[in-house]
Design a protein around this ligand. Structure first.
Ligand SMILES: [Ca+2]
Ligand SMILES: [Ca+2]
Length: 195
């Protein structure tokens, strides 16, 4: 008796099921890897975007440091609060010869290492002064570097012409993994040392 040519033997069924099981396993593995890399990639994209946005805001502010259209506001970088993770600067944005309005004339940026945030204080020294607020979270590393007119590092406020920023953000990317991105920025402060 030959087997029915239209049917399957038990052996063929078992082989077919085994092949299917292997195929499903492979599909699941590929899908898992894909969805994981998709998660990591989207976290990387988010992190890069937020770092870029934060740096853009700081750059715009710091570029204004020392703006002093009347020459009588004594705008510039504040020596007392100058450090590798602290920067306070003034600019006479409304050009009235002093630094006292709630119009972003005195701004402080500082790295809050305990909370891993880059904080800012706006309108400092005016009635509208804000408490520190986070500009960006998950900051794993932050540093200001200051250069004088010859490009040499300095911590003397009057000598500063260029501000360099290093900003690293580390964000969770699922499965206990993290994504870290570091970006640097170089700001030439055209309003400093112009007198
Ligand atoms: Ca002013
Ligand atoms: Ca004023």
């Amino acid at each position: 008796m030959g087997r029915d040519a239209r049917g399957f033997t038990l052996f063929e069924m078992v082989v077919a099921m085994a092949v299917m099981a292997i195929a499903i396993q492979a599909i699941v593995a590929v899908w898992t890897a894909y969805s994981h890399s998709y998660t990591v990639e989207s976290v990387v994209a988010d992190v890069q975007q937020s770092v870029r946005a934060a740096l853009g805001l700081i750059e715009d502010d710091i570029r204004m440091a020392g703006l002093d259209p009347t020459g009588s506001a004594a705008a510039g970088i504040d020596q007392a609060s100058l450090g590798a993770t602290n920067l306070q600067f003034t600019s006479d944005r409304n050009g009235d010869g002093d630094i006292d309005e709630a119009n972003y004339e005195r701004i402080t940026y500082f790295y809050n290492n305990a909370d891993k945030r880059l904080d800012q204080i706006l309108f400092q020294g005016t009635p509208s002064e804000t408490s520190p607020q986070a500009l960006i979270d998950n900051v794993s590393n932050f540093a200001f570097t200051y250069l004088d007119e010859d490009g040499a590092p300095t911590f003397t406020a009057d000598e500063i012409r260029t501000v360099l920023i290093t900003l690293s953000v580390r964000a969770p990317a699922g499965r206990g993994e993290t994504v870290t991105r570091t970006m640097r920025s170089r700001i030439n402060c055209r309003n400093l040392g112009g007198l």
